[in-house]
Design a protein around this ligand. Structure first.
Ligand SMILES: [Fe+2]
Length: 318
């Protein structure tokens, strides 16, 4: 009798197991387990390409964060990080109020935080209207405080941010702009790096020298291979063309370039991408490789000089 009752309860509350394979990361399977109505299950399938749900570590397997990605402008990418236990939700950069509102409404989330990587307009323009609507805590780079309207909290290298129970470490990744910061989630291995690193590429050096940008590359390179990278632009196809012209025999690069072609053909985002794969394929993360130094004609194999040469070649690449 007890078994029959239990069976009826299980049938009444179906448990849905979604296995989501983030694009560009064949190794990492993320699994979300929960009860779901058929409608919710359909919605989850529909958006599974754009959702990266990661189980929290620290042995708390009932807790999780959810990351949503959306596109705006011609090639910008925006992200929302949601702490499933507390409901806290952070927008990473605030360049598109519309994009953020659409995700919030669809998910029934409330915006509690905005995390700003750098002052460029396409990352900050919609801070004021979002502040007015949700009164979120706006956290941004201390070194760019004067250039960003509406910051409540100024942070710098080594600071820790909490979004509900989710923890993010601030890394100074100056190079594209001076004082640019990135946010690293060490529990679930996610990096939000603005315009510092792109899949197979990196940001233009607008205010810093090659040494500063290379130092930021080294910091990112030191993060675990399983890290998933959420960058501010979808530049993967153009970056792949340049990288292949420079380093045509690199097997990791050829594999990632094929993957990018397939993803774009299937109208799927190439972001987030796997950092370990990018370490092997992205020439900007490989400036310390003597083989790349030889290809760039830098005899002493000084990584800063190699990096500068690669950046200059990319800037002039048709
Ligand atoms: Fe930028």
């Amino acid at each position: 009798m007890v078994l029959i009752v239990m069976a009826l309860i299980v049938m009444a509350l179906p448990v849905t197991v979604l296995v989501i394979r983030p694009p560009g990361n064949p190794q990492k399977l993320t699994i979300k387990i929960g009860r779901a109505s058929p409608v919710r299950a359909k919605m989850a399938r529909q958006y599974s390409q754009k959702i990266h749900t990661a189980k929290r570590s620290m042995g708390r397997t009932d807790l999780a964060i959810t990351i949503e990605t959306f596109e705006y402008n011609s090639d910008n990418l925006g992200f929302l990080l949601h702490d499933n236990e507390t409901g806290a939700t952070a927008a990473i950069d605030a360049g598109s109020q519309d994009g953020i509102l659409q995700v919030l409404q669809r998910r029934n989330w409330q915006l509690s935080h905005i995390l700003i990587t750098h002052y460029d307009w396409d990352h900050t323009d919609d801070i004021p209207p979002l502040k007015e609507k949700f009164n979120p805590r706006v956290i941004g780079p201390k070194k760019q405080a004067g250039a960003i309207r509406g910051l409540d909290v100024l942070v710098d290298e080594g600071d820790i941010i909490h979004v509900g129970n989710a923890t993010l470490q601030v890394i100074d990744t100056s190079g594209h702009t001076r004082g640019h910061i990135s946010f690293f989630d060490p529990d679930n291995l996610n990096l939000f790096c603005g315009d510092t690193l792109f899949s197979l590429g990196c940001g233009r050096m607008r205010e810093c020298d090659a040494g500063t940008m290379w130092h930021s590359m080294e910091k990112i390179r030191s993060l675990p291979d399983r890290t998933m990278v959420y960058c501010g632009h979808e530049y993967s196809a153009a970056n792949a063309r340049f990288a292949l012209a420079l380093d045509p025999d690199n097997p990791a690069l050829k594999k990632r370039a094929r993957e990018i072609t397939d993803l774009i053909a299937a109208r799927r985002p190439t972001i987030p991408f796997n950092l370990g794969q990018d370490k092997a394929a992205n020439p900007f993360l490989r400036a310390s490789d003597p083989e790349l130094a030889r290809k760039m004609g830098v005899k002493e194999a000084d990584p800063v000089r190699v990096f500068a040469a690669i950046r200059k070649a990319k800037d002039n690449f048709a």
